[in-house]
Design a protein. Structure first.
Length: 166
């Protein structure tokens, strides 16, 4: 056997591992939002092959379970629309997660978004597209979340999808 044969065999697994990385998720945390208005969250997501799913998981900061909305590719970024929050909510926890076509998953850290009155939050991430704001599908992550959107969120334009199992 030549000396090149075994060296070539050693390189192939390294190339396969390199080409099979999980997605990359780039997102700048959003410090605040305002009550009652749907929220737009975007992230730069890329993969060495194909991004299969992108989601934003969110919850009221004092809640146990997250809910999620699907993100869609808008040309530059993946974006999702979350329901507006009620004024009684003080903060919202969220993170962005992406899965590639090899079922590898990557997510951001969990971020906390403060809910502040109009005029206090300098750049609220409001959804400007009326069609998106009126067609928000929110998915439960646990059967304990019941059959309706949590009370801390505005139900206008929202379809709640109860947990249906794994």
């Amino acid at each position: 056997m030549s000396r090149r044969g075994p060296a070539l065999l050693l390189l192939v697994p390294a190339l396969v591992a390199f080409a099979d990385d999980p997605p990359s998720v780039e997102h700048q945390p959003i410090p605040c939002t305002v009550p009652s208005k749907p929220i737009s969250i975007c992230a730069g997501i890329s993969d060495d092959a194909m991004v299969a799913k992108a989601k934003v998981y969110f919850r009221a900061s004092d809640e146990k379970f997250y809910a999620w909305v699907e993100m869609s590719f808008g040309g530059l970024n993946y974006c999702a629309t979350l329901p507006g929050v009620k004024a009684k909510l003080k903060s919202l926890d969220y993170y962005v997660q992406a899965t590639d076509d090899n079922y590898q998953t990557q997510r951001t850290s969990t971020f906390q978004m403060a809910v502040q009155p109009d005029g206090v939050c300098e750049f609220p991430p409001l959804e400007k597209d009326a069609a998106r704001a009126s067609a928000i599908r929110v998915y439960a992550t646990s059967p304990k979340q019941g059959k309706k959107l949590p009370d801390e969120f505005e139900p206008t334009g929202v379809t709640w999808v109860a947990f249906a199992g794994s």
